[in-house]
Design a protein around this ligand. Sequence first.
Ligand SMILES: [Ca+2]
Length: 103
Amino acid sequence: MRLTLLFVWWTFAVPSTAHATCQLFEHKNFAGQFMKANPNESLPRLGALNDRVSSIKVAAQCLLVAYADEEYHGVTTTFGPGDYPTLPQGWDDEISSLHCNCR
Ligand SMILES: [Ca+2]
């Protein structure tokens, strides 16, 4: 009985990799307009959020490779799993394309 309950809890409470994403937000602290890249999706351009991303979330199994220019050009940096309520120096309102690499 106890094991069954644990299993049910685990099934619903632990996010599976199927839900892993890279999330992008317009403002600091995950506010404003929002978009996401699905696991192993690449976005050659960010549309309305081009040069406007100010915070991101990267799921546990993912790496977000960001580029300053469209089509994966320009300066690049990689964000490991975690929440980034602000972006490092030089990256606020700069990201223009990305890969969301997940295992
Ligand atoms: Ca840019």
